[in-house]
Design a protein. Structure first.
Length: 255
């Protein structure tokens, strides 16, 4: 999967593969909703991806966060300050985006897992891409209303806590698309698995809640999954969540 790849998922919907993290561009006429922004070091890729989709950064009507980890928060503050786009997140994630606290994998946890394949190369890349940079958003906002947002693409926020307390997926029911952030992924540099899965345990704030949130994904209608990490997945989102649950369950607990 080539870095910087723009994948056409559906009319007005593009998945962008940044440097180890994805973001999504929802287009409606000349206006854009940007979901996530990659790492701080991915800024030029974000701008280039907007241009490749036919838009200038001024076209961004709003930035939606799945969650406030640096590899998704990235250039949100820059885009907001420079081009005036508001940044929205789940109410539980707003203080996280302001960095009133930081729930993110620690250096100690990374070092304890450094023996695992892919962890050290991922960590080096994360550091070089701004993974420990102060990327806080100064004025993040909670969603203005329940249900579909009055923004390009009309995404419906779906609270899927566990990875962080305010982690949120976005559902496009009319298009059969679920934008899953880090609550349900299809790959990661530190994972040897391919296809629907949870991230390695060290990345989750509360693994139990992350697994519980798979029940939320199982109830969402859709046959196209746009994850925060890994390639686009064709097929039932509900079944993808079931696969991730099975893979996350220790063999001794399976019946």
């Amino acid at each position: 999967m080539r870095e910087g790849t723009l994948v056409h998922a559906a009319t007005g919907v593009h998945l962008v593969h940044g440097s180890n993290t994805n973001w999504v561009i929802l287009s409606e006429g000349d206006a854009v909703t940007l979901i996530d922004c990659g790492y701080p070091g991915d800024r030029q890729q974000v701008l280039d991806s907007l241009a490749a989709a036919g838009h200038s950064p001024e076209a961004v009507t709003a930035i939606l966060l799945t969650h406030a980890h640096n590899d998704h928060l990235g250039s949100a503050e820059y885009l907001s300050r420079t081009f005036g786009a508001p940044v929205y997140a789940h109410p539980a994630e707003v203080p996280h985006a302001r960095r009133e606290f930081l729930h993110q994998v620690s250096l100690g946890e990374v070092l304890r897992n450094s023996w695992r394949p892919g962890v050290l190369p991922w960590a080096v890349h994360a550091l070089r891409s701004g993974g420990t940079k102060d990327a806080r958003v100064s004025k993040p906002l909670p969603f203005p209303a329940a249900g579909a947002l009055d923004l390009p693409g009309h995404p419906v926020p779906v609270h899927t806590p566990g990875h962080t307390a305010g982690h949120c997926a976005y559902h496009l029911p009319g298009a059969g698309i679920v934008i899953s952030g880090d609550g349900l992924v299809t790959g990661h540099p530190t994972s040897r698995m391919r296809g629907p899965q949870l991230l390695p345990v060290m990345f989750d704030g509360d693994r139990g809640r992350t697994r519980d949130s798979l029940e939320v994904f199982e109830k969402l209608s859709g046959d196209l999954l746009l994850p925060g990490h890994g390639p686009l997945h064709h097929g039932s989102v509900s079944e993808a969540a079931g696969t991730a649950r099975e893979r996350a369950t220790p063999a001794r607990q399976r019946s």
